[in-house]
Design a protein around this ligand. Structure first.
Ligand code: SF4
Ligand code: SF4
Length: 465
């Protein structure tokens, strides 16, 4: 069957017949590459070290999925912390909006783990073993026969993927659990072993095979960029006013500064030509800036034919940062962060919920008293175990039966206990009796919670014998 060919290349990673077009970018060293390397290796140390850091006895950051808890800077958030989690998420989203409006895709090129690990761990190993762009291209032409050096590259990728998988999972299960996983035999804990093996495999496939397609196809950020950035956002851009008309060769009369050397294209890790303008595939890695600067220096022309600039700035118009979207995002971020700080600052050391018995609203005892069952749920948000007392005000003439008092709740844990409140029928008005349940600990926490005891509105007369 004949495979129909596309009218042109639809993606830089696809050939016209739909087969994979492998991108083998040439490394361009220079000022921006040096800066990115410093940032990249610092971030790698940060990414790997972060799950091991502690703050007030807790992980600095832990997204504990099995326990549905999120720990950040010594604070543990539970699914019931809806407002705080919403404010955290809202702040993060608005910060992305603001950052993108000001600096374009600086996160993609400088901070994203996909770029950082690819460009500063996996790609350097590949260049070393395959001999750079020309060596890799020669191996690609070998009709599927894998060269020993390419096999060695993949073998080296495996332990690196294993380390990255452990690092990644440490953010979700914590380093203590991870240590147990590593020390136990796979037979004793097959599920964690499987999770680790699958994560390692996915990381290996991502960096060994899928590569830049994660940015081009899987990550939504490139598609958001059209909405997030505007003509005054800082981007990596080609100065067409200065560069055009581009022309190769020595006859440079009426020609722009671009000599059509293609150095900016062959260095691009996503395989695009920056001279075609702002494109979704551009991750702002700055490699084309360094490549073109080398060419400009060799031609004794000023650097910066490709540079960080806004589209308005390149057109010679005002490129100041202040504009309505920046002001609105800044105000929204300040409000969100302020609300978050206030909510965190005024958050009590414990969260208490009173629940009425679901089986029956009340029960009449043999002695005529009315019994209400009450369940008290306490979430201890402090960093130490606490003992909680529960007392009931407004129950004169009644009795509290509490099988478990004081109630001990571990740090960051939650427990539920039952109380039985008994009161004479005569103390109820229209079947209701309001009381106040007080929950307190020895360290100053106290919460008064109103509760209404339920009972019959009247007692049926005893049957006549
Ligand atoms: S590297 Fe510079 S001179 Fe060469 S093609 Fe790209 S923009 Fe033109
Ligand atoms: S166009 Fe330039 S900045 Fe954009 S991804 Fe390619 S090399 Fe990096």
């Amino acid at each position: 069957m004949t495979v129909p060919r596309a009218a042109g290349r639809v993606l830089p990673t696809l050939n016209e017949d739909g087969s994979r077009h492998w991108i083998r970018p040439r490394l361009s060293t220079g000022a921006w590459w040096t800066r990115r390397r410093v940032v990249g290796y610092s971030l790698i140390a940060f990414f790997i070290g972060l799950p091991h850091l502690r703050w007030m006895g807790k992980p600095l950051i832990l997204l504990d999925v099995p326990r549905r808890e999120f720990t950040l800077l010594g604070n543990t958030f539970l699914p019931t912390d809806t407002l705080i989690l919403m404010l955290l998420l809202g702040s993060a989203v608005i910060a992305i909006f603001l950052f993108s409006a000001l600096f374009g895709r600086v996160w993609c090129g400088w901070g994203c783990p996909q770029t950082v690990y690819m460009e500063f761990v996996f790609r350097p190993i590949e260049r070393l073993l395959e001999g750079g762009r020309s060596g890799s291209l020669a191996m690609d032409k070998a009709n599927g026969v894998m060269s020993p050096r390419r096999i060695l590259k993949y073998l080296i990728y495996i332990p690196i993927s294993l380390v990255l998988a452990h690092t990644f999972l440490a953010y979700f299960v914590g380093t203590d659990t991870l240590q147990q996983w590593v020390q136990l035999s796979p037979y004793e804990h097959p599920t964690p072993f499987l999770v680790m093996a699958v994560t390692t495999l996915l990381i290996f496939i991502d960096f060994g095979w899928f590569r830049e397609q994660t940015c081009l196809i899987a990550c939504p950020y490139g598609r958001w960029q059209a909405a997030l950035i505007d003509k005054r956002s800082l981007i990596v851009a080609y100065d067409a006013v200065r560069g055009e008309p581009r022309r190769a060769g020595s006859n440079r009369e009426h020609a722009g500064d671009c000599v059509s050397c293609n150095a900016c294209v062959v260095t691009c890790p996503t395989g695009i030509d920056i001279r075609n303008g702002l494109q979704m595939e551009c991750v702002h890695c700055t490699q084309c800036i360094d490549a073109c600067d080398h060419v400009m220096v060799a031609l004794h022309k000023p650097k910066g034919l490709i540079r960080y600039a806004s589209q308005e700035g390149l057109a010679g118009r005002d490129s100041g940062a202040m504009r309505p979207r920046v002001v609105i995002y800044s105000i929204a971020l300040a409000v969100c962060l302020g609300a978050l700080a206030f909510t965190l600052g005024t958050r009590a050391d414990a969260e208490v919920t009173l629940l009425r018995s679901s089986s029956e609203p009340y029960r009449m005892e043999a002695d005529g008293r009315i019994a209400n069952q009450l369940r008290v749920k306490i979430v201890n948000r402090s960093n130490a175990p606490q003992q909680y007392s529960i007392t009931v005000d407004g129950l004169e003439g009644g009795t509290v039966i509490a099988p478990e008092l004081p109630l001990t709740v571990g740090a960051g844990a939650q427990r539920t206990t039952s109380l039985f409140l008994l009161a004479p029928f005569t103390t109820f008005t229209d079947g209701r009796r309001p009381v106040t349940v007080r929950i307190s600990d020895a360290h100053g926490f106290a919460r008064d919670m109103p509760f209404v005891l339920l009972g019959p509105t009247r007692i049926a007369p005893a049957p006549t014998p």
